[in-house]
Design a binder for this molecule. Structure first.
Ligand code: GDP
Ligand code: MG
Length: 441
């Protein structure tokens, strides 16, 4: 999987934490392979990889994640963004019945989807009417009637006097029927061919013109992989559509078609169909599809946990240092920064067990104080930070000048650090919770 391969790429990078240009290039190669394996179209792969490289370059180095995890997260975020972020909702007509028209190749799953969508709409409190406009295939009308029966939704089918043999007339009549019988959604199933075909496109376009749908949905089989792009483009040119439905996601297709279609057409995927049962249907979830395309298994869950565990991890490390007696000014600064993070989360922290004791400190927390401390510590040499005892008078005035503070500010900080270190040693030897020393203010 991509995460395994990235972990290999970054084998020698543990603890280094910063991505070099060479690392980014190696990463880009792995992402490219993963996307091609998922059947994403080549031009889309190129564009996507370029975008990810750009983001990896500009990314702030994560404290919580190793480089492989960080890249996977960037790739995933980018995928979710392109696939649509939040799921797009169906648009309903302001007055009169909402007309949804389905278009796509034969075998894409339109007739099955029509009934699934009808059931889903029924569950949303709508009263749908199915319309059989595939008069091409001998059994098509019957198939829709069987499916309609399974979900308890009536089917408007051509009868004598009802436009037999003319799908455009049937479609037009169905909207009138829906108004008469108070159905608020009309789902128009149409004919497809095995390949893109001018007659089929013209018929679909004629139906579209006759009923002016609120939504034209392009239905596409996720298993057709690379062909999805040409088909999607042909239907966009020939009929036009507002949204996409991916079907047969219960198969082993990795879902690259979703990324290709969305990238090339700019149309959102709205629904996902994943099985033969009428309930095998859901709104499309970009995050799930991203995981599927990258085949990342539990990687993303791990990443989330790592980000959450970061604070706890740092605290544990600090405790170790205190116990072994090498708590430095750098550690002190890090704890201050940690405390600032907590400060902005003080409400939340107050609710966590064990954090109540810090509530007062957190409430009185002054962020600018941390900035002053940071400026002073950063004006020190690494040697001074590691062993503050060497900071004599001349060093103190040099540090004060560098930080734009007074010598007395520097003195105060060093005193406070000594105090904090002493307190922490006590806590550590007493077995109490070492934690955040010397909160300012
Ligand atoms: P249409 O020609 O576009 O109307 O496609 P159909 O609805 O007739 O579906 C073609 C075949 O695909 C049928 O055998 C369906 O049972 C099957 N099918 C449709 N949707 C799905 C799906 O989500 N998963 C699976 N496994 N099969 C599906
Ligand atoms: Mg059909």
């Amino acid at each position: 999987t991509l995460s395994d391969r990235l972990a290999d790429t970054f084998k020698n990078l543990r603890g280094k934490g910063r991505l070099s240009e060479a690392d980014i290039d190696a990463t880009a190669r792995e992402i490219r392979i993963a996307l091609l394996e998922a059947d994403v179209a080549l031009p889309v792969v190129r564009e996507f990889v370029a975008a990810v490289k750009e983001r990896a370059r500009g990314a702030e180095v994560s404290q919580a994640l190793n480089p492989a995890q960080q890249v996977v997260k960037i790739v995933n975020d980018e995928l979710v963004t392109i696939l649509g972020g939040e799921t797009r909702r169906l648009r309903y007509a302001k007055t009169g019945p909402t007309v949804i028209m389905l278009a796509g190749l034969q075998g894409a799953g339109k007739t099955t989807l029509a009934a699934k969508l009808a059931l889903w709409l029924k569950e949303q409190g709508k009263s749908p009417l199915l319309v059989a406009c595939d008069l091409q295939r001998p059994n098509a009308v019957n198939q829709l009637q069987v499916n309609g029966g399974r979900v308890g939704v009536p089917v408007f089918a051509p009868e004598p006097g009802n436009g037999v043999g003319d799908p455009v007339a049937v479609a037009r009549a169905s909207v009138e029927e829906a108004k008469r019988t108070l159905h608020d959604v009309v789902i128009v199933d149409t004919a497809g061919r095995l390949g893109v075909d001018a007659d089929m496109m013209k018929q679909a376009a004629d139906i579209r013109d006759a009923v002016q749908p609120d939504e034209v949905l392009f239905v596409v089989d996720a298993m057709i992989g690379q062909d999805a792009v040409t088909t999607a483009q042909a239907f966009l040119d020939g009929v036009g559509y507002d949204g996409v439905v991916l079907t047969k996601l219960d198969g082993d297709a990795r879902g690259g078609a979703a990324l290709s279609i969305v990238s090339l057409t700019g149309k959102p995927v709205i629904f996902a169909s994943n099985g033969e049962k009428m309930t095998d249907f859901d709104l499309f979830h970009p995050d799930r599809m991203a995981g599927r395309i990258l085949d990342m298994g539990d990687m993303l869950t791990l990443i989330e946990q790592a980000e959450k565990a970061f604070d706890a991890d740092e605290a544990a490390k600090a405790a170790e240092k205190v116990a072994s007696g090498d708590f430095t000014l750098d550690d002190f600064l890090q704890q201050m920064q940690q405390l600032r993070k907590l400060g902005s989360m003080s409400k939340l922290m107050g609710m966590l067990p064990g954090m109540g004791q810090f509530r007062e400190q957190l409430a009185n927390f002054d962020e600018r104080e941390i900035d002053r401390i940071q400026a002073i510590i950063q004006s020190m040499t690494p040697g001074e930070r590691a062993d503050p005892k060497i900071i004599d008078g001349s060093r103190r005035s040099r540090i004060a000048r560098g930080a734009g503070r007074t010598v007395s500010d520097v003195n105060q900080l060093i005193d406070r650090f000594g105090e904090a270190a002493r307190m922490m040693r006590q806590l550590a030897s007493g077995g109490g919770m070492p934690g955040m020393p010397g909160a300012p203010g």
